[in-house]
Design a protein around this ligand. Structure first.
Ligand code: C2E
Ligand code: MG
Ligand code: MG
Length: 542
């Protein structure tokens, strides 16, 4: 180097004098040296301006900076007799380019490859597998209860969960395999160059195992599980699109059978998918046309035989399949978000019906309405309740809302606030399916609830299984000490009733008293006083 401009000091930290007489290669990154040497060579041969080259120079502080340099051959210029290198620092531009490149092919939240990059890699894997005769597996993973956590604990917590899940998934595969986030709570794993498709199940089991321990989220411990669907090249598809679609189908199918499992794709599954799509569009139509009815089931005071309340249970009225029970469409309604509209209809119809009964001169009784987690997480829910009460003219004290134990366990500040507001309005709150959620009891004291509904699974064998008896007795005693009402669900026999009454349970509901019935069907029961006064001895129906 015979001359350096003073800008060298700001760009690379060197004093121009320190560099005089030294070789430019003292400053060029070793990996770039050959390329730079070749460029010099070309420059000397061609005797004119060359293409710009990108190379790394060493900063005086030891870091490498990327420069774009343009050489000009000035050997023949008597004032110079050398090569002039015009260089500019492009390090930042380069970083931004890399970042953009990364963003285009990666998921922003988890840093994992995105669907586009996965598709690209899958294409290459398939091409390689075609030549080598080996297999490629696509694993489609969906978290089973992500929506619930996201809805109840908020999106920040949901995001954090996805980051933690992506870290655990990364530990389940080899370095050459790809994990991508497909969007939402869905991940795809690409297993390259497998001996045979069965190897994928080992990874699937590893993945399910890795999700098993609790996640620490927002100061709480949350449990999630996943469902995995597997499609293998070439049996289940010969191109990336088909493999991904079929792995998704297998995952979905597995979820329907029971969560927390893995499933290989079979061609039968496509038929099941079509059926579900038909069901979903039929449910959408039903929501528009309000093809639902409520059936009502009495809740009976076990001492006086009075009907204290009726629970509204929704049914979907269809032309070809008759009445569809809630167990067969509520989960789909929850998944698709249709539950909010269905739930509002149920609330309104239940309140309207109760008010109509009151106007016809019946005694005031509560109407109990079941809620889904998604309704509860909806910010507008409180307004909806107030509006419905106003529109129907029902006294808030005659409304009871049932939330399941598992929903309440995920209590958040927002939820406690909502419960308190409802309680202040006079609305009663009951915990449904109590005993199934393995909840601690501490939380019960923090919530403004009035009633525990003991899950029917404990009542079923209460007279024969001493464990169930013990559980029910424990729940009743605990409820007493917390000054909560207890209601036993699914009371079917006089024996169950006698035992429940002996143990101090105050309210009962079940086929023993009455199955859920249409509004007209239940009306005569509501008209009578102390209908079940001697229910301990026999059912009125018998
Ligand atoms: P749930 O709230 O625990 O309701 C009790 C279920 O037990 C009802 O089933 C009822 O018909 C049934 N049952 C009542 N007595 C007996 C009995 O003596 N023996 C037996 N084996 N079963 C009895 P259903 O109507 O099929 O409802 C099932 C579940 O669907 C409900 O469980 C509730 O969680 C949900 N559900 C019903 N209506 C609604 C609704 O409007 N909104 C929401 N989100 N969920 C609803
Ligand atoms: Mg219920
Ligand atoms: Mg229940």
């Amino acid at each position: 180097m015979t001359y350096c401009s003073p800008a060298l000091r700001t760009l690379l930290g060197w004093d121009p004098e320190e560099t005089l007489g030294r070789s430019v290669f003292d400053f060029v990154h070793r990996d770039d040296a050959d390329m730079v040497r070749a460029a010099f060579q070309r420059l000397l041969e061609m005797r004119k301006t060359n293409e710009p080259v990108e190379l790394r120079f060493r900063h005086r502080d030891g870091q490498w900076r990327t420069f774009e340099a343009l050489g000009t051959n000035c050997i023949d210029n008597p004032h110079i007799r050398g090569v002039v290198l015009n260089s500019r620092d492009v390090t930042d531009r380069k970083l931004i380019q890399q970042r953009i490149q990364h963003l285009a092919y990666h998921d922003n939240l988890t840093g994992l490859p995105n669907r586009g990059l996965l598709q690209d890699r899958l294409g290459h894997s398939i091409a390689r597998a075609e030549r080598s005769g080996r297999k490629v597996a696509v694993l489609f993973i969906d978290l089973d209860n992500f929506k619930n956590i996201n809805d109840t604990l908020g999106h920040d917590v949901g995001d954090e969960l996805l980051r933690q899940v992506s870290r655990r998934l990364t530990e389940c595969v080899r370095a050459g395999d790809t994990i991508a986030r497909q969007g939402g709570d869905e991940f795809i794993v690409l297993l390259d160059s497998l001996e045979d498709g069965r190897g994928a199940s080992v990874v699937a089991q590893k993945i399910l195992g890795s999700l098993r321990s609790a996640f620490a989220l927002g100061g709480t411990e949350q449990h999630v599980s996943g469902s995995v669907g597997i499609a293998v090249y070439p049996e289940d598809g010969r191109d990336a699109q088909t493999l991904m679609k079929n792995a998704d189908t297998a995952m979905f199918h597995g979820k329907g059978i029971g969560k927390n499992t893995y499933q290989y794709f079979t061609s039968q599954m496509n038929i099941a998918v079509k059926r579900r799509m038909t069901l979903e569009s039929a449910l959408r139509r039903a929501v528009l046309q309000k093809d639902f009815v409520l059936h009502y089931q009495p809740q009976v005071d076990l001492e006086t035989g009075e009907i204290l309340a009726v629970e509204a249970l929704v049914r979907w009225r269809t032309e070809d399949s008759g009445m569809v029970m809630p167990g067969d469409f509520i989960p789909l309604a929850e998944e698709t978000g249709l539950i909010n509209e269905i739930g509002e209809w149920v609330l309104r119809e239940g309140c309207r019906q109760m008010k109509e009964w009151l106007d016809r001169g019946l005694k005031p009784r509560r109407i109990a309405i079941n809620l889904s987690a998604r309704q509860f997480a909806d910010k507008a829910f409180l307004d909806t309740v107030m509006r419905v009460l106003q529109d129907t003219g029902l006294d808030a004290r005659l409304l009871e809302l049932e939330i399941t134990e598992s929903q309440v366990m995920r209590q958040t500040e927002g939820m406690i606030l909502l419960l308190n507001r409802l309680s202040e309005m006079g609305v009663h709150l009951a915990i449904d399916d109590f005993g199934t959620g393995y909840s601690g009891l501490g939380y019960l004291k923090r919530l403004p609830i009035q009633k525990l509904k003991i899950d029917q699974s404990f009542i079923r064998d209460i007279t024969v299984d001493p464990n169930d008896t013990a559980i029910v007795v424990a729940i009743i005693n605990m409820a007493h000490s917390l000054e909560l009402d207890t209601i036993a669900e699914g009371v079917e026999t006089a024996g169950q009733l006698a035992l429940l009454r002996a143990k101090g349970c105050r309210i009962g509901q079940g086929f023993f008293f009455s199955a859920p019935m249409s509004a007209e069907g239940v009306y005569p029961l509501l008209k009578q006083d102390n209908l079940y006064a001697r229910a301990g001895a026999r059912s009125p129906a018998s």
